[in-house]
Design a protein around this ligand. Structure first.
Ligand SMILES: [Zn+2]
Length: 127
């Protein structure tokens, strides 16, 4: 880790350009001795964000995932830039909703599939 990174660790936040879209994002230290890239200037009500994607800032400036369910109604959280980046695919935020969409796709496909041929009610006389 170089001098720049050491300085950022002390400050616990720094702005980086997203390598994909080039927009600025906040690089913030996590409780787990790691870094996370957060969308700058955006704090949303926690209940609008899936639990594993909510980041809250602690008193020392580090951030951690806010996984409380149900969340406090007034709690706000930050989100990772990768969720808002136009150059990155959106991860599966709501797996239950994705599963329901897949089931609906199968149901719709069953409705549009041609019906299998019905067996004849009676075989024609062969004699
Ligand atoms: Zn980006």
């Amino acid at each position: 880790m170089g001098a720049v990174d050491d300085g950022l660790r002390r400050l616990q936040v720094g702005q980086y350009a997203c390598p994909r879209c080039r927009l600025p994002q906040d690089r913030v230290a996590t409780l787990e001795q790691d870094w996370v890239l957060l969308e700058p200037g955006v704090e949303v009500l926690a209940h609008l964000v899936p639990a594993e994607h909510r980041w809250i800032t602690l008193s020392d400036g580090r951030v951690t995932v806010y996984g409380v369910c149900p969340p406090d109604g007034s709690q706000r959280c930050r989100i990772e830039h990768r969720l808002t980046c136009s150059k990155q695919p959106l991860p599966d935020l709501w797996p239950w909703l994705t599963a329901l969409r897949a089931e609906n796709a199968r149901a719709a496909q069953r409705r549009t599939d041609p019906e299998p041929p019905r067996p004849p009610q009676a075989w024609p006389d062969a004699g």
